[in-house]
Design a protein around this ligand. Structure first.
Ligand code: GLY
Length: 357
């Protein structure tokens, strides 16, 4: 007969289950780590406000995960940011589908949602998955049902701007379908007074934010609307633990933005954290993982004339001592950091000089 989880934990508490209580993750919640310094918050370039909010909260005594989630919520709710949450660019059918993950270093906790529709704050739903279930990842209808059960409000996330961008993208697809291209119709699409809402590139969007507090405890979050106009149901790297986010409280944190498919295939964020575990500084750890992505990119459709990836990937890393850095395949990328003194945007390191930001 099987043992229920409740019975197992109970027997473990008495030393009968092969698991000593000292090894149950939530027992580690308040550990003070050697080598800790002042709090540091790192984010992708669209997260300057997130770093400020997170630092303010950490200084006020908040848990680092609460702080970074509150930070990215500012971007998730911003209709002007078309890469995340409310206002994010939709999938090929015009439906906004969101991915997010969180990891909490001190409790070794993780939670994530993928292809979530109708909920503005996927990062908060991921946090609820971590806190209130025995699972790590909920997807699609199940994720939405869970969110509604926990009181999240359902709303239409497709803003007029994102809808117009989608209409423009759809019209541009083919001269053989029944949606007229701008050349055929002779005029731009006008959606609620907006024209030219789409700049012609399919972005991967995303915000990542990670923090280390004064005790050296590390947490992180990654949240996105994913690849613009993706195949419905497509899931990127952001909600996948080890790909778009990885935190190990013994080492540090990493998150990614850019082409999720490339990050997923090398377990990118975990690779960066493992590089740091072996002693690499954060920026070097990111560059090494990007090199792995470049070596693994062999598909002709993904290479430029020089045989280099025709896409970009960014990694953002910090260790428990507060050392931090970011790197991208192509030059021109930036990241946001609050280093304990000020928040600012900095240039990322890169593998190749070029213009893919
Ligand atoms: N990195 C975000 C995505 O690929 O969905």
């Amino acid at each position: 007969m099987g043992t229920t989880r409740r019975e197992f934990l109970k027997s473990a508490a008495f030393g009968l289950g092969g698991l000593r209580l000292s090894r149950v993750p939530f027992e580690r919640g308040s550990e003070r780590l050697p080598g800790a310094s002042r709090p540091v918050v790192v984010s992708s370039a669209n997260g300057l406000r997130a770093t400020e909010r997170a630092m303010e909260m950490i200084r006020g005594g908040a848990d680092a995960l609460e702080a970074v989630v509150a930070g990215v919520n500012l971007v998730e709710e911003d209709p002007e940011d078309t890469s995340v949450g409310y206002g994010g660019l939709p999938n090929a059918l015009g439906v906004v589908q969101l991915d997010a993950s969180v990891m909490h270093g001190p409790t070794r906790g993780a939670g994530a949602v993928a292809a979530l529709e109708g909920i503005r704050y996927p990062s908060r739903v991921a946090l609820a998955v971590m806190r209130y279930t025995d699972h790590v990842l909920l997807v699609a209808e199940g994720a939405k049902r869970f969110a509604l059960e926990f009181g999240f409000k359902e709303e239409n996330l497709l803003t007029d701007r994102a809808r117009t961008a989608w209409l423009e993208w759809r019209a541009s697809l083919s001269a053989d379908d029944d949606y007229l291209t701008p050349e055929e119709s002779g005029e731009p699409i006008r959606g609620f007074g907006l024209t030219d809402a789409w700049d012609g590139t399919r972005t991967y969007g995303t915000i990542h934010c990670a923090a280390v507090d004064a005790a050296g405890n590390v947490s992180g979050v990654t949240t996105t609307s994913g690849l613009a106009f993706k195949v419905p149901g497509r899931v990127g790297d952001s909600p996948l633990i080890g790909a778009g986010l990885y935190v190990d409280n013994d080492v540090g944190a990493c998150g990614s933005t850019g082409r999720g498919e490339a990050v997923m295939k090398v377990c990118g964020s975990m690779l960066v954290v493992e590089n740091m575990r072996r002693g690499m500084p954060p920026t070097d750890a990111c560059l090494d993982a990007l090199g792995r992505i470049v070596r693994n990119t062999v598909e002709k459709r993904l290479l430029d004339a020089g045989g280099r990836p025709n896409f970009n990937v960014n990694f953002y890393a910090l260790n428990r001592r507060g050392e931090h850095g970011a790197a991208a395949i192509w030059s021109g990328s930036r990241f946001a950091v609050h280093d304990g003194e000020r928040s600012e945007i900095r240039e990322s390191a890169y593998l190749s000089r070029g213009g893919r930001g």
